[in-house]
Write a protein that binds this ligand. Structure first.
Ligand SMILES: Nc1nc2c(c(=O)[nH]1)N[C@H]1C(S)=C(S)[C@@H](COP(=O)(O)O)O[C@H]1N2
Ligand SMILES: [Mo]
Length: 336
């Protein structure tokens, strides 16, 4: 018998009702000083060392729903990766190539003021300032698996909004076939951009891209927070992309530009090694990296060194039902 189970990403949407999303957003706005709760917290928003809590009061329903969301995630074997691991095991080459470099080197990264420009093949280009990132679109929580091309993975409770909302607001024209993303270029703040040795020889600014239909898919997410708080710098503050069915390198961090374009845009890892990293980068256990297998992954969980956390990798990282149709008729070996 076929038992229909909920998709993991729907979990949070079912647990966090519209009402609680509304309240959590109100709560955030309050913290940021928009609903008259003072400016002290608004200031600390700029400093990633003291992230703003989206779900402040431990007594109200919002917090309880939030906790319930996490509990349900654990029940459904979507065991959340602990916050302490999500925020200390990072790939963010602008701050160094070792997993512990970003948390160490990004502590003074200044994200406020910020400008995110939406431009290109659109009728209504616009720019979002720091505050707009949290105000313009209703925030929601999504629990997603994140699968790095290096064969490790995590389960992350993100906070943010669908990329489709941001794109629709710009009114794309008929030439908008792809979306090009760009990370901040600021070598003074990002030591990896100044030194080839620290930055791993990557060409900066880091750039990424999606086909327009991939960008408009409901799963494609702009994250401004995790574990109910604003994003730590090392995870891509103040705003980063999350594309859960693709390898992690597509999920570009600290974005300053989103441009709708006619032709397939260049992407950072493809520029660096095009035989190893393609434009699509869909998680695929059947197509190995030239230097290692992609058939399984090490899930980063609560377990220690000897935890049995090697699991099979799923096509499209387990999101095939939502996204496989985007690639109908395509040779996924060629389009890796
Ligand atoms: N600008 C930028 N974005 C980036 C990267 C990077 O080095 N620079 N690394 C990517 C890779 S390889 C992964 S796996 C994810 C890691 O996100 P996390 O550190 O939040 O887990 O970010 C992606 N986004
Ligand atoms: Mo990655």
């Amino acid at each position: 018998m076929l038992i229909k189970t909920r998709k993991s990403y729907q979990l949070s949407e079912q647990q966090v009702t519209d009402e609680s999303v509304y309240h959590s957003r109100r709560d955030l706005l309050k913290k940021l000083g928009y609903l008259g709760a003072g400016s002290l917290l608004a200031q600390s928003a700029a400093s990633q060392a003291s992230p703003i809590d989206f779900f402040s009061s431990k007594k109200d329903t919002v917090f309880q729903r939030h906790a319930l969301t996490y509990a349900k995630a654990e029940e459904s074997s979507q065991i959340l990766t602990p916050e302490a691991k999500i925020t200390t095991h990072n790939n963010f080459y602008e701050f160094g190539t070792n997993k512990g470099d970003p948390v160490e080197n990004a502590q003074d990264f200044n994200v406020n003021p910020w400008q995110l420009k939406i431009s290109g093949e659109v009728d209504k280009p616009y720019t979002l300032g720091y505050d707009d990132l949290f105000k313009r679109f209703p925030l929601e929580e999504r629990i997603y698996r994140l699968r790095c091309v290096e064969a490790w993975s995590m389960v992350v409770p993100w906070v943010g909004f669908g990329l489709a909302q941001l794109i629709k607001q710009a009114a794309p024209n008929s030439k908008a076939k792809y979306v090009a993303f760009e990370t901040l270029y600021d070598p003074k703040q990002m030591p990896g951009q100044e030194s080839r040795r620290i930055g791993g020889g990557v060409q900066y600014p880091y750039v990424e891209g999606l086909r327009i239909d991939e960008a408009m898919n409901p799963l494609t997410f702009m994250s401004v927070g995790l574990y109910g708080k604003t994003l730590p710098a090392q995870n891509g503050a103040p705003i980063r992309l999350v594309v859960p069915w693709k390898y992690g390198f597509k999920s570009i961090k600290s974005i300053v530009g989103i441009k709708l374009v006619e032709h397939k845009p260049p992407t950072t890892w493809n520029i660096l090694a095009k035989n190893e990293y393609g434009f699509y980068a869909n998680v695929n256990p059947e197509v190995d990296h030239p230097r290692w297998s992609q058939a399984s992954e090490r899930r980063i969980t609560t377990g220690g060194l000897f935890a049995r956390n090697r699991i099979a990798t799923l096509p499209f990282n387990g999101y095939g039902e939502e996204v496989a149709q985007l690639y109908k008729g395509m040779d996924l070996r060629k389009n890796y």
